[in-house]
Design a protein around this ligand. Structure first.
Ligand code: 5RP
Length: 251
């Protein structure tokens, strides 16, 4: 059952309008309240997760948290955590993670997610799949009626070898949904390369793709596909920060 709890940020004072980045920070700080000393923590990637990692580093530095071990989901987060003095490990050494905190690009009403706009979906899926609890943190702009509903892409990590062949197969899979498959480029116009040396094909879906599990399985059956950005039934909690306060949705 899904329970939603709304907390007002300032019940008596006049409304304060927060920027999107401030809302991301509100959600991130709330999630870090779930962190306890001694935990193995999955550290997410992106502008929202960055606030959570900063906060964890700050609490460690202040001695308010102890014996934390971080498992980063990207090279970027690894660098950030090292700069904050957060002790790090990996999934080989710590195959079970107590809690992961990470952002998302889209959240549907069942708490299914789209991730990977930052390109870190494979490591995120490995780490978040190994967690007892996965707290997803978003500002309210990420809420959608169905995955793909924001008009943003569904990212697919593919091997560079004959990526056009793989992209065509991906596009054909969702042709009925008016799907356009496009290779992601970096700012120089070269193919964007993931931390794992792969490419990203962005799928622009024009409408609801139906059963997400079926769609995800069909994507994974295409040779050349490494992983897709749908995180189905993985988030145990989603913390949404909006202008009217924080909403906590539990699976
Ligand atoms: C990276 C991700 C991010 O969590 C997602 O893109 C959200 O990013 P942001 O917090 O910057 O809005 O999945 O692969």
């Amino acid at each position: 059952s899904m329970k939603a709890l709304s907390l007002s940020l300032s019940p008596t004072s006049p409304p304060v309008f927060l920027t999107q980045d401030e809302l991301k920070k509100v959600a991130a700080y709330k999630a870090v309240e779930f962190v306890e000393s001694g935990m193995v923590l999955g550290l997410g990637t992106g502008s929202t997760a960055k606030h959570a990692v900063d906060r964890i580093g700050e609490l460690l530095c202040q001695g308010k948290l102890n014996n934390i071990i971080g498992i980063p989901t990207s090279k970027k987060t690894q660098e950030q955590a090292i700069s904050l003095g957060i002790p790090l490990s990996d999934l080989d050494t710590h195959p079970t993670i107590d809690l992961a905190i990470d952002g998302a690009d889209e959240v549907d009403p069942q708490l299914n997610l789209v991730k990977g706009r930052g390109g870190s979906l494979l490591r995120e899926k490995m780490v978040e799949g190994a967690c007892k609890k996965f707290v997803c943190i978003v500002d309210e702009s990420k809420l959608v009626k169905y995955l793909g509903g924001s008009g943003l892409a569904l990212p697919i990590e593919v091997v560079p070898f004959c990526w056009k062949f793989t992209a065509d197969k991906l596009g054909n899979l969702f042709r009925d949904s008016g799907c356009v498959a496009r290779l992601r480029n970096d700012c120089k116009g070269d193919p964007f390369v993931t931390d794992n040396g792969n490419y990203i094909v962005d799928l622009f879906l024009k409408k609801d793709i139906g059963d997400l599990q079926v769609a995800g399985d069909a994507i994974l059956r295409i040779a050349g596909v490494v992983e897709h950005g749908m995180f189905l039934d993985m988030a145990t909690t989603v913390i949404v920060a909006g202008e009217l306060g924080i909403t906590i949705k539990n699976k």
